[in-house]
Design a protein around this ligand. Structure first.
Ligand code: DAH
Length: 345
């Protein structure tokens, strides 16, 4: 009786060692037979009561070996199926070969342009300040001299959080000005890059989300001339040393006086023509001297301090730089589009 069971163990061991499967289905059948809940090995353990005492130890050892062999054979069969070949007998692996090169990713064109802008302003002492995209009404509007019912609120169609009149997706990075002014003391010299949102119809030229870089400089005796010099420096670093700029009078609730800055792109390329609506001038940013109301809203004495602020749109610069004629490409994340950019700045 005992000899019969020992024979059975031996033949199973042999069968396991010689196992071969050619597909996942066969592998699964094999697993069920040797390792499944009703596997063929399990009942053999109960046979121990029919084994004479002096052979029980050996019996136990042999059964355990059988079980372990089945487990390791299963691993081997599995990896040989996955690898298409038996990894334990792989002959073609040459460990002395140099490794294959890594495939570098690429950076999003908006990131490339944004980082370029950050780099330019860092060189003249601006620190980066980042803040939240979900803002409250006070930081986005009220502190920025745009109280309720102020007509300027209509300029920016706002996404409010569902059921809320208080929380919104920021419509501009100017909200970071209020965040910084209420928590830091002048001198303040920051730029705030980030994403902003407006409830606009999506087209080739405008989108409901885009990016801005906000700038804020507050100290004793800051003048309009300081602003102009700073922005001219920026334009030359960004668009080339011969770049022409112009400042047009404008209106923003948070600055007085306010202006918009254009850079001259010309009308030679199709993209320049389209982006400048045929005028040759690309509208790059809004700017102005910080309105005294904004300073006092944020706890800074307007009789002591003055400052300038600006807000730069990023997408249009990215489109100009990379010759992209439809803004939607910047938000669709099609890898065929994104692959064309570089990973380095
Ligand atoms: N927040 C304005 C916008 O979203 C841009 C802007 C204009 C920002 C003038 C400023 C500024 O800081 O001084 O259109």
């Amino acid at each position: 009786m005992a000899a019969l069971i020992f024979d059975k163990i031996d033949s199973l061991l042999e069968e396991i060692k010689n196992a071969h499967v050619s597909d996942a289905k066969e592998l699964e059948q094999w697993r069920i037979r040797f390792l499944g809940t009703k596997n063929i090995i399990k009942p053999l353990f109960a046979e121990i009561r029919n084994i004479p005492g002096d052979q029980r130890k050996e019996f136990g050892q042999r059964l355990n070996l059988l079980k372990q062999t089945a487990e390791s054979q299963y691993q081997r069969l599995q990896s040989s199926l996955e690898g298409g070949q038996d990894s334990s007998i792989r002959q073609d692996l040459d460990l002395t070969l140099p490794p294959g090169s890594l495939q570098l990713g690429s950076r999003h064109p908006v990131t490339l342009v944004m980082e370029h802008m950050i780099d330019i302003f860092s060189r003249i002492g601006f620190a980066v300040a980042e803040d939240r995209e979900i803002e409250d009404d006070w930081h986005n509007f009220t502190a920025m001299n745009t109280p309720e019912h102020h007509p300027a609120r209509d300029m920016q169609d706002t996404f409010y959080l569902k059921g809320s009149k208080e929380y919104l997706l920021r419509t501009h990075t100017s909200s970071v000005q209020a965040r910084v002014m209420t928590t830091q003391k002048p001198p303040i010299r920051i730029i705030a890059p980030g994403r902003v949102f407006r409830n606009e119809t999506i087209s080739a030229r405008s989108h409901c989300q885009f990016h801005q870089v906000e700038g804020l400089y507050i100290d004793i005796g800051v003048s309009f001339a300081d602003m102009k010099q700073t922005l001219q420096f920026f334009a030359r670093e960004m668009y080339g040393s011969n770049t022409k700029i112009r400042l047009r009078p404008s209106y923003f609730p948070f600055t007085e006086p306010s202006a918009e800055m254009d850079v001259w792109l010309g009308t030679e390329t199709a993209t320049a023509k389209k982006l400048t609506k045929g005028t040759g001038w690309l509208e790059v940013l809004g700017c102005g001297m910080v309105d005294p109301n904004v300073l006092s809203n944020c706890g800074i004495d307007p009789d002591v301090y003055s400052g300038f602020a600006f807000g730069i749109g990023i997408e249009r610069s990215a489109m100009q730089k990379y010759d992209i004629s439809d803004i939607r490409l910047l938000f669709e994340n099609d890898v065929r589009f994104l692959n064309q950019f570089t990973s380095v700045l």
